[in-house]
Design a protein. Sequence first.
Length: 112
Amino acid sequence: MFDMFSILGKVKEAQEKMKIAQENLAQITLTAESGGGMVKATVNGHKKLLKLEIDPEIFSDKDVVQDLTVAAVNKAISDIDAQVKAELAKSMEGVIPNIPGLDLNALMGGMR
C-alpha cells in the first residue's frame, strides 16, 4: 500500500541530510599542481579557491605563470568533483536508493 506519510518522512530526512552534507563540503579540500609542482591550487568542496602557491622561480615569465596557474586551478576544480559526489552519496546512504545515473549534484541545484 502507498504510504504518503512514510514517503514524506523520507523526503524530509533526505533534505536534512543534504543540507548537512552541503555544509560539510567546505571541509573537503583538494590540492592540485601543474608544472611539476611549480604552481599548487587548493580548493574546497564548494569549488572555492582557498590557496594558491607559486614557485618564485617562474615569475620571470608572465605567460608561464598564467598558464600554470590556470592549469592548476582547473585541475583542482575538476578533481574535487569526485570527492564531492562520494561525500554526497555517503551522506544519502539509506535514504535515497542507489539509482544508476542519479546526479545528487543536480538534486542540490548544482554546485557553485
